[in-house]
Design a protein around this ligand. Structure first.
Ligand SMILES: [Zn+2]
Length: 341
């Protein structure tokens, strides 16, 4: 299926003739699967998953296939949990977790790559959203600059401050959606997530995703920074004012190739789908060496969502194919047939 590859080279004698997969039956235990070097004086045996992303996972090929099939046929709008896998397939929770970590990492990497390479054109909605907040002590080193600024401004101190996790996104209507994390922002207790500012938008690199050619325009909500972004790109930015309860309005004098509807309806829906995708019982922060910081798993999940979204929510069979494509791009594409036996 493209998930497991025959090794290219014997690590002992460097010969390229590898046989397998072979299996050795063992008394009272499930058989051992391996690849074997076919050079007569070497015969080195390599564990079955040695040349795949699942290296180190001790599973029968049949079980691995069951896991992959269950994973690919699960709903794409939700995260597959370890408990799902343990219940559906007969594996231990540690193996289930290992398996999930491998695929989540691959999906997330593919999503991040997509967000750094996709090109958007025509009618592009732009917005930021909050993905929750966590508390940082006022001694937190990672946020020291922002805390200092806040205290200088307010001339008061708190023991801890809420820190908002924010995501910036661009969505071409009927086209690609890309996202980038902004640096978390410390705010006063009980405040709302801070609005995105021009400096943040510029340094996110997201504007590089906007095509340099053709008809293009930005569609934003009231955040003023997007006007600056439009000027920077040399294109128009159409706004609506959420403060005045204006969410959608018709534009006159728009290029016929561009959308006449102002507003951020498309990206708003995407934010909602993303938030439904993220597990609700999530720990938003972890304790790092310099104080609390955003949980890296949250980042992973967001980019996993972006990747799945870039595939336009495929059928299980198409999704399986896409997952297989992510496997060992540096491996020789020998497909695996042993599992059917
Ligand atoms: Zn060898």
């Amino acid at each position: 299926m493209g998930f497991v590859h025959k090794p290219n080279l014997c690590p002992t004698c460097e010969c390229k003739k590898i046989q397998g997969p072979c299996q050795q039956t063992r008394q009272n235990r499930s058989p051992w699967w391996f690849w074997r070097c076919s050079f007569w004086s070497c015969q080195t045996r390599l564990p079955f998953l040695n040349n795949s992303a699942f290296v180190g996972l001790r599973l029968q090929p049949k079980t691995l296939v069951q896991l992959i099939l269950h994973y690919a046929s699960s709903s794409l709008t939700k995260v597959v949990t370890r408990d799902d896998l343990v219940q559906a397939v007969n594996v231990g929770w540690q193996q289930g977790q290992h398996f999930l970590d491998v695929l989540t990492t691959q999906e997330a990497e593919a999503g991040e790559l997509f967000c750094k390479t996709a090109v958007l054109s025509r009618s592009i909605e732009c917005d930021a959203t909050g993905l929750g907040r966590y508390y940082v002590k006022r001694t937190n080193l990672l946020m020291a600059d922002q805390i200092q600024q806040l205290e200088d401004k307010k001339k008061s101190q708190c023991k801890a401050y809420p820190c908002h996790i924010r995501l910036l996104g661009l969505h071409e209507r009927g086209g690609a959606f890309v996202a980038a994390f902004l640096r978390p922002r410390v705010a006063l207790p009980k405040s709302r997530p801070p609005v995105e500012v021009w400096d943040e938008i510029r340094s996110s690199g997201l504007l590089d995703r906007v095509s340099h050619r053709g008809k293009r325009a930005l569609y934003s909500d009231g955040a003023r920074a997007w006007m600056t972004a439009g000027k920077h790109l040399g294109i128009k930015c159409y706004q609506v004012s959420h403060q005045r309860k204006e969410f959608c309005r018709s534009l006159s004098e728009v290029d016929p190739k561009l959308s006449k509807k102002a507003g951020t309806q498309v990206i708003d829906r995407k934010w909602k789908a993303l938030k439904d995708f993220l597990p609700s019982n999530y720990h938003r922060k972890i304790n790092g060496p310099h104080g609390s910081q955003v949980n890296p798993r949250m980042r992973q999940r967001v980019f996993q969502f972006c990747w799945r979204n870039s595939l336009k929510w495929p059928s299980p069979a198409q999704f399986l194919k896409q997952l297989a494509k992510l496997q060992g791009k540096n491996c020789s594409g020998v497909s695996f047939q042993g599992a059917e036996k």
